[in-house]
Design a protein around this ligand. Structure first.
Ligand code: ADP
Ligand code: ASP
Ligand code: MG
Length: 451
């Protein structure tokens, strides 16, 4: 049994859905769980709708919901025009879902208050809509396909917008689902990204979380392969959206893929690889627009032998926090105190570098930053640098690769480097540059290693 996840661009319109159906039908009668995202851009639009509502701008919100409704109806007409019954069923469901969404918009705009709980509910419409349409399009094509609501088995804690999956519950519920729904069916279609607490309140796995859904189902179902179908033919040497001569990487290790995604490569959600490692399930990244290309196979570390630099990832907009305190000198417990503050606010720190009296660290977002800084200021001097980017060179056995530092920093010697972090892992050298230098830095590094 395989898991096939199709991202937003791979379901963006009726042509994309037809390609999806061809790809899936070529796998049958092998059993497959198909995980779909919302149509491209829909989660962003739902976010705007929620924001307009909470600002009391009900007209703006309703204008956007009307556009979304139109887009989904139009796609349905194109896919199901030959089957009146299915077309009517799906049209009715879409109209009903938008009526409910509009009700929520009105209530939120009256209250002018948007909780994370309401936001998660609103965001869940994107995947519910796409999966409903695609399910019926598959039936129309003649595939034996069951529909499953991910909120019944992807169970998380109550962090509504970035729920922590409850692995034990998921590992119990998914096999039950498969036994039930594969009876007489080859395919089960479900939604990525959306989830629920154990008592059924909507949550999400965080932006880009559909990849994670696919991996969680793969782990719980002991799948033979997890396929991530997207708009590029595999994981590339760097983001092909930013650099022109990137190459698809045929094979890479779990560790390399996890590190690349954690350090910014959007092609995989950062949590995707962990469930795959758990059961040693290969992950394949494939292009839904060019399905016969080989893409990238991600497999266990000991099956990937090639040493050296594999890829470059980056985070365009990060914040560097510098902490200075004479109290650090010859004392203990300082770092504990410092990191407890980040822990308390649930803010994760990416890079750290320390000297006798200084600690520099990087964070991804402004969330709770003011509170964090004011707490640190009680015992140290803090300064914040913005408009910085973080670049990571990822590969295997980097510590043993002679002359690597010279090649990396030689290639970008015209640029200022704010912070360097190497050594914590053998597969990553990361550093911070000015955001205005990022494009040149990445393209110079890419030239040095891959062109
Ligand atoms: P999906 O909607 O299918 O989940 P995403 O937009 O989330 O797709 O991820 C695919 C995008 O990831 C690509 O279009 C590409 O711009 C970006 N990306 C960033 N780094 C890489 C990389 N190293 N290799 C491939 N794609 C990358
Ligand atoms: N639709 C969600 C998002 O855009 C989840 C996903 O596509 O992975 O973030
Ligand atoms: Mg994605």
């Amino acid at each position: 049994m395989i898991i096939m996840k199709f991202g937003g661009t791979s379901v963006r319109d009726s042509d994309a859905v037809e390609r999806l159906i061809t790809i899936v039908s070529e796998k049958t009668p092998q059993k497959a769980v198909v995980v779909v995202s919302a149509l491209s851009g829909v989660t962003d639009t739902l976010t705007q709708i929620a924001q307009h509502s909470s600002n009391g701008h009900v007209e703006d919100a309703l204008r956007l919901t009307a556009q979304l409704e139109e887009r989904h109806l139009e796609m349905t007409e194109k896919l199901l025009s030959g089957n009146k019954d299915l077309l009517t069923q799906v049209r009715d469901t879409i109209i009903h879902l938008f009526a409910r969404l509009n009700e929520m918009v009105r209530v939120i705009s009256i209250l002018e208050e948007l909780s994370d709980m309401s936001m998660a509910k609103i965001l869940s419409y994107g995947e519910i809509l796409s999966s409903t349409i695609i399910h019926k399009a598959m039936l129309n094509y003649g595939l034996k396909c069951a529909f499953a609501d991910a909120r019944n088995f992807i169970v998380t804690d109550s962090r509504y917008l970035k729920g922590e999956p409850q692995i034990n519950v998921i590992c119990r519920k998914v096999p039950e689902l498969l036994t039930r729904e594969f009876e007489g069916n080859d395919i089960i279609i479900t939604q990525g990204f959306i989830s629920a607490t154990i008592d059924g309140t909507a949550t999400t796995l965080g932006r880009g979380g559909s990849d994670y859904t696919a991996a969680l189902i793969g782990m719980a179902a002991d799948a033979t392969e997890i396929q991530i179908w997207t708009d590029v033919d595999g994981v590339h040497t760097t983001d092909p959206g930013k650099v022109s001569k990137t190459k698809s990487i045929p094979v890479m290790s779990f560790s390399e893929a996890a590190e690349l995604s954690f350090f910014g490569a959007k092609v995989l959600h950062p949590a995707t690889i962990q469930p795959a490692i758990e059961k040693n399930i290969p992950v394949r990244v494939l292009n839904s627009m060019e399905p016969h290309k080989k893409g990238t196979l991600i497999r266990s570390d000991n099956e990937v032998s090639e040493n050296g630099v594999r890829a470059i990832s980056f985070k365009e907009n990060i914040i560097v926090i510098n902490v200075f305190s004479m109290k650090m000198l010859n004392s203990f417990g300082f770092l504990t105190r410092l990191f407890e503050i980040f822990g308390k606010y649930g803010t994760s720190v990416d890079l750290i570098s320390t000297s006798e009296v200084n600690v520099s660290l990087t964070v991804n977002s402004d969330n709770n930053l003011e509170a964090i800084i004011s707490e640190i200021s009680l015992f140290a001097v803090v300064s914040v640098s913005r408009d910085k980017s973080q670049v990571s060179v990822v590969g295997k056995n980097l510590k043993e690769t002679k002359g690597l530092g010279k090649r990396i920093f030689g290639a970008i010697s015209d640029h200022n480097i704010t912070m360097i972090s190497q050594g914590a892992s053998d597969i990553n050298i990361s550093f911070v540059v000015n955001r205005s230098d990022l494009a040149e830095v990445v393209s110079s590094l890419h030239k040095e290693f891959f062109e």
